[in-house]
Design a binder for this molecule. Structure first.
Ligand code: TPP
Ligand code: MG
Length: 655
């Protein structure tokens, strides 16, 4: 059965003339044992909630997953899909993509992140188990990881968190083949990996990765131990290719026609490429069919459970519940018009949201008091209380973001988590992976500009807001006051297939909204189109000031001065540039008319704002690092005041 995986992998890579045969050939025996004797899955129902999660962290070995899904009887990939491995339109992409195949739990390829997402999945499982009991939620998360996944820095963050939380339901099968692309692992590493795992409170065991009985012995030992387990599977990369196995040449290149032929002889595999002998296929399909029994038994338990309604509620989308949960709160803000930091406003909005939405699991990378991410409804989620809803991620921004992806991809929970916006760079590839994987996670990124003040340029984001806007399918919100912050939270939770970044201020912001918001509903959410007319000009309009976040009140001040000089100026608040760009053209043209001078005001880099203001607009921003001083001093110093901006507008108008 393992040789089926080997043959399909080498033949698919050979046909594509590009790909990675070494990893699937080396791990074929381990994967066959796992899928035969341990993994709980039902090919007929790929999203069955209580299935085990299988994560191929070594995503370059994608053919391993495609072979397993096809052989066990998933509707996709078909053999034709495999034949078209890596070709346009085939769901068998170079690396496994969760949005192309139902059987792929998460997109992998960026090494280390699959394992870190598996940690998030295992946390979600323990959390839901604590709420709904073994009869409804009791499954494991299995990750196959390579030497690369062990070496990446995120591995340290991920296993530290998993060990601390005692995630015994997580088993990592390490493809311990001592080979990476450049050659032997010994070229670059002298680390005792299992020793490091043990120091992080993991159980470790090793086995001969080509001996099914020994693999079973090791996995049984892993399952018996209450800690998360690392199973070091000693393997030979490219096993089955007689002349190339054990060398880095099989990592990422086709074997070549001669070696493919030699491998057929070596394995005694006589079938043509993409043909699986009927008796072997029958054995694989029988494995897949057996999975249905566990699913049927689970369905019966769910039907009989007193917790059925609650469970289904937990698994349901939060999209239609966010705005109703915020309605009374926002109506209250319209009356009170509080002058608070948007990070504080976010905490206030999270109050009713975490009350109403049991799916929300919050957290912070050790900045809970600064990110304002914890509410009274979110008690700590710890090794002794998995039913909590607040994760102390520790100072692990990248690990946190990847775990948030895993939590959300698991289903039944929606993750939000915080750090300083400037450290979004530490988490950046996981944020990108949130967007690519279409997860609805929400990043609460506070201290969003020079407005954080005295901590100085290391902590002051300048390029971050704009650079996050560059990531496709990521909505970056920079709200101006408490009402906008709540509106942005509603939108962030409504877009369940688009992740969100909330860029929030440390400093207090005056209320710019309130008027007309006393009857607020989700339908009147003015931030929904990304930008809107906050204050219309009174004199004949010559200027439109477009601002975000803390600079909206600067724009309001600027408009006032211009109006006093008879120059009409609209103020447009634009909390989400991406949503604005998706709004219909008529709306955009009405808001930003061609005959007015469009001025952007944002305390960050100006590159990119030309897309909003046009080439003839004016871009007020900060194209340099900030400085260490109180916020008001910095705003004045760097020209974020009506006093500094008005003359630039007058000059541009030719007055
Ligand atoms: C973050 C990241 N860096 C680099 C790469 C490129 N890359 C893909 S596989 C690989 C080597 C991985 O070695 P190992 O995990 O041992 O895989 P094996 O060669 O054993 O299949 C590298 C550097 C990547 N995919 N992700
Ligand atoms: Mg390796």
């Amino acid at each position: 059965m393992a040789n089926t995986i080997r043959a399909l992998s080498m033949d698919a890579v050979q046909a594509a003339n590009i790909g990675h045969p070494g990893m699937p050939m080396g791990m074929a025996d381990v994967a066959t044992v796992l899928w035969s004797d341990y993994l709980r899955f039902d090919p007929a129902d790929p999203k069955w909630p209580d299935r085990d999660r299988f994560v191929l962290s070594a995503g370059h070995g994608s053919m391993l997953t495609y072979a397993l899904l096809h052989l066990t009887g998933y509707a996709q990939p078909t053999m034709d899909d495999i034949r078209n491995f890596r070709q346009l339109g085939s769901p068998c992409a170079g690396h496994p993509e969760n949005f192309l195949l139902e059987g792929v739990e998460c997109t992998t390829g960026p090494l280390g992140q699959g394992l870190a997402m598996a940690v998030g999945m295992a946390i979600a499982e323990r959390h839901l188990n604590a709420k709904f009991g073994d009869e409804l939620v009791n499954h494991r998360t299995w990750a196959i990881a390579g030497d690369g996944c062990m070496m990446e820095g995120i591995n340290h963050e991920a296993i530290g968190l998993a060990g601390h939380l005692g995630l015994g339901n997580l088993i990592v099968l390490w493809d311990d083949n001592r080979i990476t692309i450049d050659g032997a692992v010994s070229l670059s590493s002298s680390e005792d990996v299992p020793e490091r795992y043990r120091s992080a409170k993991w159980h470790t065991v090793s086995c001969d990765g080509h001996d099914p009985a020994d693999i079973r012995r090791a996995i049984d030992e892993a399952l018996a131990d209450p800690r998360p387990s690392l199973v070091a599977c000693q393997t030979i990369i490219g096993k089955g290719a007689p002349n190339k196995q054990g060398t880095s040449s099989v990592h990422g290149s086709p074997l070549g026609a001669d070696e493919v032929a030699a491998a057929r002889v070596e394995m005694g595999w006589e079938a043509e490429p993409f043909v699986v002998p009927a008796d072997i296929l029958a054995d694989w399909r029988a494995l897949g069919a057996a999975g249905a029994e566990a699913n049927i038994a689970w369905q019966a338990r769910l039907e009989a459970s007193a917790k059925k309604a609650d469970f289904e509620q937990q698994l349901s989308s939060v999209a239609d519940k966010a705005a109703p949960a915020l309605q009374d709160f926002i109506r209250g803000l319209a009356k009170d018009q509080p002058k608070v930091a948007s990070r504080k406003a976010s905490e206030m909005a999270l109050g009713p949201l975490t009350e109403a939405l049991p799916q929300l699991i919050g957290g912070s990378a050790d900045l809970t008091g600064s990110n304002n991410t914890k509410t009274s409804a979110t008690t700590p989620l710890t090794a002794s209380s998995y039913d909590g809803r607040y994760l102390y991620y520790g100072i692990r921004e990248f690990g946190m973001a990847a775990a948030m992806n895993g939590l959300s991809l698991h289903g039944g929970v929606v993750a939000y988590g915080g750090t300083f916006l400037v450290f979004s760079d530490y988490a950046r590839n996981a944020i990108r992976m949130s967007a690519l994987q279409e997860t609805g996670v929400v990043y609460v990124m506070t201290h969003d500009s020079i407005g954080l003040g005295e901590d100085g340029p290391t902590h002051q984001p300048v390029e971050h807001v704009m650079s996050l806007r560059l990531i496709p399918n990521l909505n970056v919100y920079r709200p101006a006051d408490a009402i906008e912050t709540a509106e942005c939270w509603a939108l962030a939770l409504q877009t369940t297939e688009t992740p969100s970044v909330l860029a929030l201020s440390r400093q207090n912001l005056p209320a710019v909204r309130g008027e007309g918001d006393a009857e607020w509903t989700g339908q009147t959410n003015r931030s929904a189109k990304g930008g809107y007319l906050l204050k219309p000009a009174t004199a004949a309009r010559k200027v439109v000031l477009v601002a975000t976040g803390s600079e909206v009140s600067v724009a309001v001040d600027t408009a006032k001065v211009l109006e006093e000089q008879g120059i009409g100026a609209d103020v447009v608040s634009m909390p989400c540039v991406e949503l604005f760009q998706q709004a219909d053209q008529a709306y955009r043209e009405e808001l930003l008319p061609a005959d007015a001078l469009i001025v952007s005001i944002e305390a960050g880099v100006t590159l990119g704002w030309q897309a909003v203001t046009g080439a003839n607009g004016l871009n007020i921003g900060l194209d340099r690092f900030g400085a260490s001083a109180p916020a008001e001093v910095l705003f004045k110093h760097f020209g974020f005041s009506a006093e500094a901006i008005v003359p630039q507008i007058l000059a541009k108008l030719g007055n």
